[in-house]
Design a protein around this ligand. Structure first.
Ligand code: GAR
Length: 201
């Protein structure tokens, strides 16, 4: 069984969906750790409720990004983690972090990458006027929202809708897509060749 850690900064609805999926056997791995960079992140509470060790790592306690990321890596190594899952973790990871877990970090992003990377993917899509957006699960490399794509699903934009309603519908898809991608990873069904990620039979 793969040992999984989830990193989350916010509400933690993806974390919750992942915990639920693991509980009902939809992920052949074990969620062993949740980490947040925000002390008041509801994600931490949700992890604890699910019986998962939840740790707040305070960015203010470290001199810079590398020192902070080293503290995260130390936590992940201590928990003997095989897969790092970013679920609304709103910090750009340093090369030090990414190199510590090569092709072992997944992220979910609320747009059809490579369109609209960054922190406000839903807002950007709406402002651009696209008729179709969605969400993307991808491996994390050293650039922003740029690693090999594992799964994507489209969500249509409805006339005159708001960032809130569009993000709600994207969230609903994310909650299904992310556990599926994590399970594929855990069952060793993902094969990456260059930028392309193949799903094995
Ligand atoms: C999700 O929609 C995720 O795609 C997005 O943050 C949200 C977290 O929601 N991530 C990014 O924008 C990363 N660039 P949650 O805390 O309820 O899981």
């Amino acid at each position: 069984m793969k040992r999984i850690a989830v990193l989350a900064s916010g509400r933690g609805s993806n974390l919750e969906a992942i915990l639920e999926a693991a509980e009902r056997g939809g992920i052949s791995g074990e969620i062993v750790l949740a980490i947040s960079d925000r002390v008041d992140a509801p994600a931490l509470e949700k992890a604890e409720k699910g019986g998962v060790e939840a740790v707040f790592v305070d960015p203010k306690k470290y001199s810079g990004r590398e020192a902070y990321d080293q503290a995260l890596v130390d936590q992940l190594n201590r928990a003997r983690v095989d897969l790092v899952v970013l679920a609304g973790f709103m910090r750009l990871l340093s090369p030090l972090f990414v190199r510590s877990f090569p092709m072992q970090i997944l992220n979910i992003h609320p747009s059809l990458l490579p369109a609209f990377p960054g922190t406000d993917g839903v807002e950007q899509a709406l402002a651009h006027g696209v008729k179709m957006t969605g969400c993307t699960v991808h491996f994390v490399d050293e650039d922003l929202d740029s690693g090999p794509i594992v799964l994507q699903e489209a969500v249509p934009v409805i006339q005159r809708e708001t960032v809130k309603t569009l993000h709600q519908r994207i969230h609903a898809v994310e909650h299904r897509l992310y556990p599926t991608a994590i399970d594929l990873y855990c069952r060793e069904k993902l094969k990456v060749e260059g930028r392309r990620c193949f799903i094995l039979e």
